[in-house]
Every structure is written in structure tokens, then in C-alpha cells.
Write a protein that binds this ligand. Structure first.
Ligand SMILES: [Zn+2]
Length: 177
């Protein structure tokens, strides 16, 4: 295994949020269907989230494609833009203290950007993958032990399986017997 820093639950939750945000706005296609390119926006915070999500998606796609240098460069540019500052915060009065990142420009998405940086810096970025199914550009975190996951979901896995079955059947029918 490369590196070896395990992220704790607090950061892993933020990593999952980062992937969810990236997949909500980044891909042109997901699960074989086109995604609307411009989500409806009203609040400035939504616009910031959308922009950050698209940038996160580009970063995660770069990692999935093996271009960690490009991903790191993009992430650094995003961090510069956000001017993130660490603060101690707790969930509720009795909750555990944890390190939270805030910024005047990035809003809530700042924390997700930092979490992505921690994932890349943990050496565990080999788990960051892009879906191998046609017409799906989603990114996902491979949670299998042997890092063998190829698709973002069972939905995409089933699509590919059905398509290859159909392909084989057609090939059989085309062959004169
Ligand atoms: Zn997929």
C-alpha cells in the first residue's frame, strides 16, 4: 500500500460529501443518461457550491486518469481562491471538537476541498476512480479490498452486463450454423 494515513470518520464523511457534490454537477453523463449542464441557481452559496463541485470533479477525474500532478495543481489553485482558515468547531454543546475549515469566499464547500486534499495527501488516492461504463462520467471511491471496483454503482454494472449479453446473443445470431 502507498502512503498509509487513514482519514478518520469526520474527514471520510467530508470526502463522501465532496464526491457527491462533484458527481452532482461535474459529469455530462451519469448512469447512461445526460445530466443538465446548468443546474437552477438562486442563492450565491449554490453558485459557489456548483463551481466548486465542477472543479472537484475535474480534480478527481485527473487523479482517476493517473495525472496526480495536474490534480494537485488544480487543487492548489482552488485552495488559493478559497483562502481557507482552520478553526476548532464542535457538533452541539457536548460534541467532540474537530478541525473545521472556513473561508470568506468558499462557504461550506471549503471543508470539502480540504477533505479532498487530505485524501490525495493520504496516499490512498489509488482508490479514486472514474466509472468505466459507457456514458457515465461519475467518480467514486473504490471500497473493495483488492481495488477491483470498475463501476460507480450496481446500476452501471448491470447496464454493462446487459449490453455484453445482448452483444453475445447478436454475435451468435449472425453466425450461420
Ligand atoms: Zn457509472
Amino acid at each position: 500500500m502507498l502512503g498509509g494515513m487513514e482519514l478518520d470518520e469526520h474527514w471520510m464523511l467530508a470526502v463522501q460529501d465532496a464526491f457527491a457534490l462533484a458527481n452532482a454537477v461535474g459529469p455530462a453523463f451519469a448512469h447512461g443518461k445526460p445530466l443538465p449542464s446548468e443546474p437552477t441557481r438562486s442563492l450565491p452559496e449554490v453558485a459557489v457550491l456548483g463551481d466548486t463541485g465542477r472543479e472537484l470533479w475535474m480534480i478527481l477525474r485527473a487523479v482517476a486518469a493517473g495525472d496526480t500532478a495536474a490534480a494537485a495543481e488544480r487543487l492548489n489553485a482552488l485552495l488559493d481562491l478559497m483562502d481557507a482558515r482552520p478553526r476548532m468547531a464542535r457538533r452541539g454543546p457536548g460534541g467532540f471538537w474537530h478541525l473545521q475549515f472556513v473561508s470568506s469566499t468558499g462557504g461550506e464547500s471549503t471543508h470539502l476541498v480540504i477533505a479532498t486534499g487530505m485524501l490525495l495527501g493520504s496516499g490512498d488516492f489509488v482508490r479514486i476512480k472514474g466509472c468505466q461504463a459507457p456514458r457515465c462520467e461519475r467518480v467514486f471511491l473504490d471500497s473493495t479490498r483488492n481495488r477491483s471496483q470498475q463501476f460507480c454503482s450496481t446500476r452501471c454494472q448491470d447496464r454493462v452486463k446487459t449490453a455484453s449479453l445482448r452483444e453475445r446473443r447478436r454475435a451468435r445470431e449472425d453466425t450461420p450454423s
